[in-house]
Design a protein around this ligand. Structure first.
Ligand SMILES: Cc1ncc(COP(=O)(O)O)c(C=O)c1O
Length: 359
């Protein structure tokens, strides 16, 4: 068997039990799982496509690829050829398998941020490669590197990488022969700062060579349960990935493809969802600050990255005592050992309960 880290969420169980004892019930802000309804326009598209007896295309329907390219152009100022769009069974699947699909093997380093979504590390290990968490690419020296992950807005910190920073990553990667995979699953959730795609001309100078942008509909459209994402960027890389994914059976079900198409064609539901998160953030953030937590970064995305200066597990315990469950920063890297990650993914009623308990 491949050696993988223990699934860290099990370590949260005792604190979940403590939070569950609260007379007003638990407010679970630990996992970023959407709780608001799947938009009607999407549900209808799924239902209308339910008579799907044949195999779906790994490449996705032409309509889906056009919808993805249209959304990127309309909302993010990014132009891609629809032929360079490839649907994913949610973006986690792709994060976990990209090093393998690219043929990154033993002795090669897969680079990702020091504070990061744990699946970048897992993906490196699944490929037998070496996971390497660093925010300092320059310190790596002249070594050839096969793959660098960036994630803006970041999970867990909500930090947004400005165009200038991303430009430096792209030029470093081009000098070192690296593919840059940019996980942009929170790109529609900019609050104080506006996230920019790696594929935007201000970042990459108009050439997508060596670049991949990974998108997810889980958060934008409440589709985590459908498993819906896509990747686009360098047409040659996407073509290679398509070939392997065809052999490996990595196909998005046809009704989900139809649902994704409807979701990408429609902005009204995404604006509505964004407004829900903005309203929750607007009450939760000041309540945490008034209760002694400092909020760092958190300029975009679905989380507040907070610290009261004590160890992360002490903070988890203190909040669980109030019936509020959060994630310890340590889950995302040792640099997170004095922070907690607090998700905005709870109903207005539950966020309201958390605000009262923090008073
Ligand atoms: C940074 C990041 N990437 C990828 C994912 C996976 O999302 P999904 O598989 O639902 O598209 C998540 C989920 O929370 C995430 O935080």
């Amino acid at each position: 068997m491949i050696g993988l880290p223990d699934f860290p969420w099990d370590r949260l169980t005792p604190y979940k039990e403590l939070a569950l004892e609260h007379p007003g019930g638990i407010v679970d802000l630990s996992v970023g799982t959407p709780v608001d309804p799947v938009p009607d326009v999407v549900r209808r598209a799924l239902a209308d496509a339910s008579d799907s007896p044949g195999y779906p295309l790994t490449y996705g329907t032409e309509r889906l690829r056009a919808a993805a390219a249209g959304w990127l152009r309309r909302r993010h100022g990014v132009t891609v050829d629809p032929a360079a769009v490839l649907p994913l069974i949610g973006s986690k699947e792709f994060v976990a398998w990209l090093p393998t699909l690219l043929g990154v093997g033993p002795g090669r380093r897969v680079i990702f941020p020091e504070l990061a979504y744990p699946t970048y590390d897992v993906g490196a290990r699944l490929a037998g490669a070496e996971p390497y968490a660093t925010d300092g690419l320059v310190a790596l020296g002249p070594e050839r590197v096969p793959l660098v992950w960036v994630n803006s807005p970041s999970n867990p910190t909500g930090r947004v990488l400005p165009a200038e920073h991303l430009r430096k990553v792209v030029s470093w990667a081009r000098e070192h022969g690296a593919v840059v995979a940019s996980d942009e699953c929170y790109i529609e959730l900019g609050w104080e700062e506006e996230p920019i795609s790696i594929l935007h001309p201000d970042v990459c100078g108009g050439s997508h060579e060596g670049l991949l942008a990974v998108h997810s509909l889980s958060k934008r459209s409440n589709l985590a349960g459908y498993r819906a994402g896509f990747v686009t960027g360098d047409p040659a890389l996407v073509k290679r990935l398509l070939e392997v994914r065809k052999h490996a059976g990595m196909m998005v079900p046809a009704p989900v493809q139809a649902a994704m198409t409807a979701a990408l064609d429609d902005d009204a539901h995404a604006d509505e969802q964004r407004a829900r998160y903005a309203a929750r953030r607007a009450v939760l953030r000041p309540a945490l600050e008034a209760a002694g937590w400092r909020i760092e970064h958190s300029a975009a995305g679905l989380y507040l990255w907070a610290s009261d200066g004590t160890g992360c597990w002490d903070q988890v315990r203190a909040l669980a005592g109030k019936g509020i469950l959060v994630a310890p920063g340590e889950f995302y890297g040792t640099a997170g050992d004095r922070h907690v990650r607090i998700a905005l993914t709870a109903s207005d009623e539950r966020i309201g309960a958390a605000v009262l308990r923090l008073q």
